[in-house]
Design a protein around this ligand. Structure first.
Ligand SMILES: Nc1ncnc2c1ncn2[C@@H]1O[C@H](COP(=O)(O)OP(=O)(O)OP(=O)(O)O)[C@@H](O)[C@H]1O
Length: 310
């Protein structure tokens, strides 16, 4: 199967409460998530990411459109489509009276996982909670609760794992543990991973493919590497030895003097070469103390695309 998730024409209108008008959070979203990928769903606040994820998880009812999960139409085979997906939610809502081991057993029961197929100890070990297996959830730290939420998402051995803002506000150790586990689940078990994050650097590093949504619509979906290539602007930063005078630059190159005296030359890689720039700098009689280049990153792509969509 090529796509783990297929979303077609997905609309969600939240009923307005009191005097507030109804809100169209998704306006006919089309999206596919390839099987075996680590897929990033990005977008500004209120773009519709959580709504999309909650519909996939079966927590929010869509207004219209088609959702297929692991080949199962959500409307026709709700049980199978739910069984194929595990969701680690944003909120840390856990029953305080359950222990981690107890919570996993209950979750396994809810999904009808036979006793012989349960792996409570193994999952707790994977998320680093073995020594807390029998502690009450109310005594767990915020980080431990997140580990437990990840563990709960895995009890029914889903093919697809969805993580909604998994690293928001967590410390470095937990973040590394989460990403280590995500990579392992993806590489060793072929699990398809979908995640939302506000940390673009993280998405750039972790995700093979990225979709950006804005105002309930898809802005772009592409391989991360292709997205980064879309912006072929590059900046050469020159630290001159002494003050730099005017430089006679090729057309289309923008010159900016930074507060530290460095000269930033922004150019289009397709039109101007680094060599041309360096020649122009030399011709201006500038001695170069240091030179470096800055590539576009996902943040530039994100800003440029969500901006132009507006
Ligand atoms: N239960 C609800 N009732 C009414 N409106 C809602 C509800 N949930 C979300 N919305 C609205 O729908 C839009 C999309 O919200 P959603 O939470 O899906 O965005 P998001 O991309 O996840 O944002 P964030 O990055 O802030 O989590 C927003 O305008 C939000 O105010």
């Amino acid at each position: 199967m090529s796509d783990a998730i297929e979303i077609k024409g997905l609309r969600k209108v939240y009923a307005g409460g009191g005097k507030s008008a109804p809100k169209e959070a998704l306006k006919g979203l089309d999206l596919t998530v390839p099987t075996g990928s680590i897929f990033g769903l990005l977008g500004p606040n209120g773009a519709g990411k959580s709504t999309t994820i909650n519909i996939l998880a079966g927590l929010v009812r869509k207004t219209s459109g088609k959702v297929r999960i692991w080949g199962f139409d959500q409307d026709v085979n709700p049980r199978q489509s739910r069984a194929a997906i595990g969701v680690m939610p944003q909120e840390l809502n856990l029953d305080p009276f359950f222990t981690p081991a107890g919570a996993l057993e209950v979750q396994a029961g809810l999904y009808g996982v036979p006793k012989a197929d349960r792996d409570t100890a193994g999952i707790l070990e994977m998320v680093g909670l073995s020594d807390k297996a029998n502690a009450y959830a109310r005594t767990l730290s915020g980080g431990m609760r997140r580990r437990l939420l990840l563990a709960k998402a895995l009890v029914h051995h889903p093919q697809i794992l969805v993580l909604d803002e998994p690293t928001a506000g967590v410390d470095i150790e937990l973040r590394q543990m989460l990403w280590r586990n995500v990579r392992r689940l993806n590489q060793e078990r072929g699990m398809t991973i979908i995640l939302t994050t506000h940390y673009l650097e993280e998405a750039q590093e972790m995700c093979d493919e990225i979709a950006i949504v804005n105002h309930g619509e898809l802005v772009v979906r592409d391989r991360t590497a292709n997205l980064l290539e879309r912006l072929d602007g590059k900046t050469m930063v020159i630290v001159p030895d002494g003050a730099a005078g005017p430089i006679d630059l090729p057309p289309g190159v923008e010159q900016e003097t930074r507060p530290d005296g460095a000269v930033a030359l922004t150019y289009n890689r397709g039109k101007v070469t680094a060599e041309q720039l360096l020649s122009a700098v030399h011709a201006a009689g500038i001695t170069i103390r240091d030179v470096r280049t800055e590539e576009a990153d996902l943040e530039d792509v994100f800003v440029s695309l969500t901006h132009s969509a507006r």
